[in-house]
Design a protein around this ligand. Structure first.
Ligand code: AMP
Ligand code: GLY
Length: 425
């Protein structure tokens, strides 16, 4: 099978690493890929926002399957354009992607299909939005309707601050993305990310993980794209996953199919485990980054037949995905300053050496090579130091041993990834 992978981050490096091991792969291409992905795939100059350019490349390569990593091209309709050229694609249509692209659409959708989620209201008028706050006890949860690069959710204790934030949202804090806002009930509990592949009809469980969104240890400081993840998460018991698959994932897949938007790709459910059971915080329409890195590290099955089945049907004919029992963790090493301003270009040494440690694999989220061939930092989140081990403790020890062996004075990481699980185990 000739595969074209779209994207360039740590998630796509992990996908490339896994796809490259497939017995069914003949050629792996990436658009644009990265300096690290180049070791696994033929990389092509490409801009992921240039949908026609990507389609042209897929046609020229005569790709048997296009695998799309990031959400933006999917929300803009890349999968539809590829399908119009009869190219098989792992990734949902623009219509199905509204689940991530519009929180207002998603909330109404959950209500239509009785998928458990927080009580809510949708507003584009400030007065009505402010009055609605009286329906809830603090903290107040405000969400921009559209994509806001992970920054569109604000949780505030103080009513006056919440009202000021409503004005900020509606007066264009996130441009068009915040002209409509969702106000919802605060849900207390522990969060878990559940992944499920879907071929438009059937769903199959594709792992669970916990992310660490805040930049600082003990979950403090500003939100980021994710500072580390581990899988499995002890809170994700077999019973919880079964409940989530039957009361949340399958109804979402069925609802989308019923509305003429069958979902072909990976459903990423961000859930709150509450005393009344799991409830939806949000859905994403692609693999999590960095959650994908730990899922790929733990997956025993050949991924490619599953990705192809999502694109062309027949997922129900494949066996459940087989997982390594060993837990896996990934620690994100970021450039100092992230998620604020940071420098690019500092030299990183030791990555090749730590890749030789048993159970360790570094996925590269934002690296380049300078003229001397050195690895350099080329983004905010730069390395995903991933390790597995017989117990979570071993996995954590291995990951931090690897982190400490990487020579990059301009980088930093959280030292407490997996603290929730370590606390209870
Ligand atoms: P989202 O972008 O919708 O995932 O929201 C970002 C983060 O805000 C989530 O991961 C949760 O930690 C938190 N959050 C969002 N909605 C709620 C809610 N209704 N109750 C409690 N926390 C929430
Ligand atoms: N790590 C969270 C996300 O990919 O949205």
């Amino acid at each position: 099978m000739k595969v074209l992978l779209v994207g360039s981050g740590g998630r796509e490096h992990a996908l490339a690493w896994k796809i490259a091991q497939s017995a069914e792969l003949t050629e792996l291409h990436a658009a644009p890929g990265s300096a690290a992905i180049e070791d696994l795939a033929t990389c092509h100059d490409a801009d992921v926002s240039d949908l026609d350019g990507l389609v042209e490349l897929a046609v020229k390569l005569n790709a048997d399957l296009v695998v799309v990593g990031p959400e933006n091209p999917l929300c803009d309709g890349l999968a539809d354009k590829l399908r119009a050229h009869r190219i098989a694609v792992f990734g949902p249509s623009e219509m199905a992607s509204r689940l991530e692209a519009s929180k207002a659409y998603a909330k109404d959708f959950y209500a239509r299909y009785k998928v458990p989620s927080a009580r809510y209201g949708i507003f584009s008028n400030a007065g009505e939005a402010k009055a609605f706050l009286s329906e809830f006890e603090p903290p107040y949860v405000l969400k921009a309707d559209g994509l806001a690069a992970g920054k569109g959710v604000v949780i505030l204790e103080d009513r006056a601050e919440a009202e000021a934030e409503i004005d900020a949202f509606l007066s264009g804090k996130f441009g068009a993305a915040s002209q409509t806002l969702v106000i919802e009930e605060f849900m207390a509990g522990e969060e878990i990310s559940i992944f499920a592949l879907c071929d438009g009809q059937s769903v199959t469980f594709c792992g669970a993980a916990q992310d660490h969104k805040r930049v600082g240890e003990g979950d403090t400081g500003p939100n980021t794209g994710g500072m580390g993840a581990y899988s499995p998460a002890p809170i994700g018991t077999a019973e919880l996953i079964e409940t989530a698959m039957t009361t949340i994932i399958q109804p979402v897949a069925d609802g989308l199919a019923k509305e003429g938007a069958p979902f072909q790709g990976v459903l990423f459910a961000g859930l709150m485990v509450t005393p009344e059971g799991p409830k939806v915080v949000e859905f994403n329409i692609r693999f999590g980054d960095p959650e994908c890195q730990v899922l790929m590290k733990r997956m025993n099955s050949d991924l490619l037949p599953y990705l192809k089945a999502c694109a062309t049907g027949g997922l129900a004919d494949l066996p459940p995905i087989d997982w390594d029992d060993d837990p896996a963790i990934t620690v994100v090493m970021a450039a100092k300053g992230y998620p604020g301003a940071y420098e690019k270009g500092s030299v990183i040494n030791g990555v090749d050496k730590v890749n030789m440690i048993e159970g360790v694999r570094v996925f590269e989220a934002g690296t380049a090579r300078n003229s001397k061939g050195d690895r350099t930092a080329n983004g905010g989140r730069v390395l995903n130091v991933t390790a597995s081990g017989e117990t979570l403790h071993y996995a954590v020890d291995r990951a931090y041993t690897a982190v400490d062996a990487i020579d990059w004075p301009d980088g930093f990481c959280r030292r407490d990834i997996a603290w929730r699980a370590l606390k209870t185990h």
